[in-house]
Design a binder for this molecule. Structure first.
Ligand SMILES: Nc1ncnc2c1ncn2[C@@H]1O[C@H](COP(=O)(O)OP(=O)(O)OP(=O)(O)O)[C@@H](O)[C@H]1O
Length: 236
């Protein structure tokens, strides 16, 4: 089966500063992948490179396609709701998604909105930070596509809701789709992860099967992740 994602020798600079250098990563279909790294490591940048909203050197392929338009079509990325004014009704945002994305399924969105208790009669400005994040999750997962990129989707969401969403996220993921979740709450997402990818030292520093880490290190994924920082720059 075609890889969901292939990143080869990707380098990205902003001015004189190298953000990512010679990054390589291949993800198979059907996985839930934790994208971990410190603040400023380059996780968001990597997601932007995948969708084509940031442009670097190297090769990126999503579900076998390299062209930016095709990559965008295959990827549902949890872009913030930056483009929408506060007085925009949620119903208008939902209608916009339906128009722009052929694979946006309104029924699926309604199910997600019910599950996440989103009041779709409101305007955007009436939502709390956590509710906005829930809306972003619902909009992102309501598309039926090959690759989902969720950039710190739970940071403003209360811990009860966070656990509920994490435990049920697999049910919203199409079987052969791969979902990449960046998060700082490593211990909370660890149980659902198939693989972990660590961004460190301006590159993809480690890519491991979650089970392999659990068996080999006899420690949790969070402890493994923390140990990489304690060991400094020794790669494994
Ligand atoms: N618009 C920008 N202009 C200049 N530098 C930028 C810009 N966006 C990101 N950077 C730099 O790129 C690096 C990677 O940032 P990025 O947002 O990808 O990190 P991150 O791993 O997602 O961090 P966090 O966990 O804090 O969200 C940082 O050093 C950041 O300062």
């Amino acid at each position: 089966m075609t890889d969901s994602l292939s990143i080869q020798n990707v380098t990205y600079k902003r001015g004189m500063k190298t953000i990512l250098h010679d990054a390589n990563l291949t993800l198979a279909p059907g996985k839930i992948v934790g994208l971990l790294g410190e603040n400023g490591a380059g996780k968001t940048t990597l997601m932007r490179l995948i969708t084509g909203s940031a442009k670097g050197a190297g090769d990126i392929m999503v579900s076998g396609d390299t062209a930016e338009a095709d990559r965008k079509r295959h990827v549902s990325f949890s872009e913030q709701l930056r483009g929408f004014a506060g007085n925009t009704k949620l119903t208008r945002i939902i209608a916009f998604y339906e128009t722009v994305y052929e694979d946006f399924e309104a029924d699926r969105f309604t199910e997600l909105a019910t599950f996440l208790q989103i009041d779709t009669s409101l305007k955007l400005a009436a939502l709390s930070k956590g509710m906005k994040e829930k809306l972003v999750i619902a909009l992102t997962l309501a598309r039926r596509t090959n690759l989902y990129l969720l950039d710190e989707p739970f940071s403003g969401i209360d811990s009860m809701s966070r656990k509920k969403i994490i435990n049920s996220i697999i049910q919203w993921k199409p079987e052969n789709a791969t979902m990449v979740i960046s998060d700082h709450y490593v211990s909370e997402i660890a149980p659902i992860l198939d693989e972990i990818v660590i961004v460190k030292d301006q590159t993809i520093y480690a890519h491991r099967q979650a089970d392999e880490v659990r068996e080999e290190f006899h420690i949790g994924i969070e402890a493994y992740y923390e140990s990489l920082y304690e060991r400094g720059n020794d790669n494994d």
